[in-house]
Design a binder for this molecule. Structure first.
Ligand code: PHB
Length: 391
C-alpha cells in the first residue's frame, strides 16, 4: 500500500524500550448522499460501515482512514466527487453509492482508473451486467434480484392484476422491470404503470387516482427515503390501502423510516435482502452492536455498510497490497453474515443472497418486520458480463 503507516505504540515497555509496530493503512473514500431525499440512507450506511470496521478490523494488521464525500442525489455531483477521491485524495478504495443514477455516472471513471468500488447500495443492474467491471463488487443487492422473485410469490398468493408505480430513474425502472418479469412469467397481468418525476413529486394523488381506476387487485411500488415516507402515508390517507393492498420492494417500509410512516405502513408486504428480525447468530450480534452504537435498529442500509466494511477487511487480510489486488480479493469474498450466507458471484461480482418477504406489523416497541417467506438466493443473469473469463 502506498501509505505505510508506522504506528509507534505509545509509552515505553517495562524494559524501557520503545515498541514499534508496522501496519498498513488503507484509505477509504465513502461516497454517499448526505443531503437530498437519500440523506438518511447515506448516514445509515456510514454508521454500518464504521461499525463493520470497528468489529472486524482488529482481526487484521491493517488500519483504515476514511474520507467522506456528499454525492447529493445527482449523477454529475457523484462523478465529480469520485474523481476528487481518486485523483486528489488518492484513496485506495471507494465504498458507498446509493443512487443507481450515480452508479451509472461513475462506472466508466471507476473502471478506467482501476480503483476498487464496493457498492453499498445502488442496485443498478447494468453495473453487474452489461457494464460490469473487475473493479466493481456489490455488497448490497441488484434491483432485479430483490424484485423478480416477488413477482412469482405475489402471483402464488392469488394476486392476478397489478398496478405498478415507482420514481422515474434507473432504479425505479429496473425494480419494476424485475418484478414484472417474475409476475408475467407466473401468469399475472400488469394493468397499469406510472413513473413519477424523481425527487420532484410531492403529491401522489393524481397517480393514486389512476391506480384506483385501474381495476388492479393490488399495487406494487418502489420508493425509498423521503419519497417512501410521502408515498406510503398518502396511499393510506387516499383510502386505497383497504381496497387495494400495497406491495413492493422492501425499501418502501425500511426500518430506517417506518416510524415516520406510522400506522400507514402496517400491513404493507414487501421483499428485501435484509430485515433486522432475521433469526441467525450473526444478525443477533449485529443488531445488538448497532443498537448499542446508535440507539436504533439497523436497516438494510446499515447492514450493507457493515458488510461492505467486512468485505474490505477480509480482502485486505489476504495481503492484497494495491488497488488491483484489493479488487481481485474483494470479488472472492464470502461469509455467513446478518443476512445469511453472502457470497460474490464470480461471473458478475454481484452479491448472491436470500430474499425475505416481510410484513410491517405493530410490535411491542413500535412497528416491526414479520418475515412471511424466505425466497432462495439466485444469481442474476450475466447479461453479457464476462468477468469469470477475464478475472
Ligand atoms: C438505487 O437508486 O439504486 C436505490 C436507491 C435507494 C434504495 C434502493 C435503490 O433504497
Amino acid at each position: 500500500m502506498k501509505d505505510k503507516l508506522i504506528g509507534v505504540l505509545a509509552g515505553l515497555c517495562a524494559g524501557g524500550l520503545a515498541v514499534q509496530a508496522a501496519a498498513e493503512e488503507i484509505k477509504v473514500g465513502l461516497l454517499l448522499p448526505y443531503s437530498g431525499v437519500y440523506a438518511a440512507l447515506g448516514n445509515d450506511i456510514e454508521a454500518g460501515f464504521r461499525l463493520g470496521l470497528q468489529t472486524f478490523a482488529p482481526e487484521t494488521q491493517a488500519s483504515f482512514a476514511i474520507v467522506t464525500e456528499d454525492t447529493e442525489v445527482k449523477p454529475p455531483v457523484g462523478l465529480a466527487k469520485a474523481r476528487k477521491l481518486v485523483l486528489d485524495d488518492q484513496v485506495d478504495v471507494i465504498a458507498g453509492v446509493v443512487s443507481s443514477g450515480v452508479l451509472g455516472a461513475i462506472r466508466d471513471f471507476v473502471h478506467g482508473s482501476g480503483v476498487p468500488l464496493i457498492v453499498a447500495n445502488a442496485g443498478n443492474d447494468e453495473a453487474t451486467g452489461e457494464q460490469c467491471s473487475p473493479y466493481i463488487t456489490r455488497m448490497s443487492f441488484s434491483n432485479r434480484q430483490v424484485n423478480r422473485p416477488m413477482g412469482d410469490w405475489l402471483h402464488a398468493q392469488g394476486v392476478q392484476k397489478v398496478f405498478t408505480i415507482a420514481p422515474d430513474y434507473a432504479a425505479g425502472r429496473q425494480m419494476i422491470g424485475g418484478f414484472v418479469e417474475g409476475f408475467a412469467a407466473a401468469g399475472g397481468d400488469v394493468v397499469g404503470q406510472e413513473y413519477t418525476p424523481f425527487q420532484k413529486t410531492q403529491d401522489f394523488g393524481p397517480y393514486l387516482a389512476k391506480a384506483k381506476a385501474s381495476g388492479a387487485d393490488a399495487v406494487y411500488a418502489f420508493y425509498a427515503g423521503g419519497e417512501a415516507i410521502s408515498f406510503v402515508k398518502q396511499y393510506d390517507s387516499f383510502g386505497l390501502k383497504a381496497a387495494m393492498p400495497l406491495y413492493g420492494a422492501g425499501f418502501l417500509t425500511s426500518p430506517l423510516y417506518v416510524e415516520a410512516e406510522g400506522p400507514a405502513a402496517e400491513g404493507v408486504i414487501a421483499a428485501l435482502h435484509y430485515v433486522p428480525t432475521i433469526d441467525n447468530p450473526a444478525n443477533a450480534a449485529f443488531v445488538a452492536a448497532y443498537k448499542a452504537e446508535t440507539g436504533r435498529m439497523p436497516s438494510e442500509y446499515a447492514v450493507q455498510g457493515y458488510d461492505a466494511a467486512r468485505a474490505l477487511v477480509v480482502a485486505s487480510a489476504t495481503g492484497a497490497a494495491d488497488r488491483e489486488g484489493l479488487a481481485r480479493a474483494l470479488a472472492q469474498v464470502s461469509f455467513d453474515g446478518p443476512r445469511g450466507t453472502t457470497a460474490i458471484d464470480p461471473a458478475t461480482n454481484n452479491i448472491v443472497q436470500p430474499i425475505y418477504v416481510y410484513e410491517t406489523v405493530a410490535g411491542d416497541g413500535g412497528l416491526t418486520q414479520k418475515v412471511v417467506a424466505e425466497l432462495p438466493a439466485e444469481a442474476d443473469p450475466a447479461n453479457g458480463c464476462t468477468l469469470s473469463t477475464t478475472n
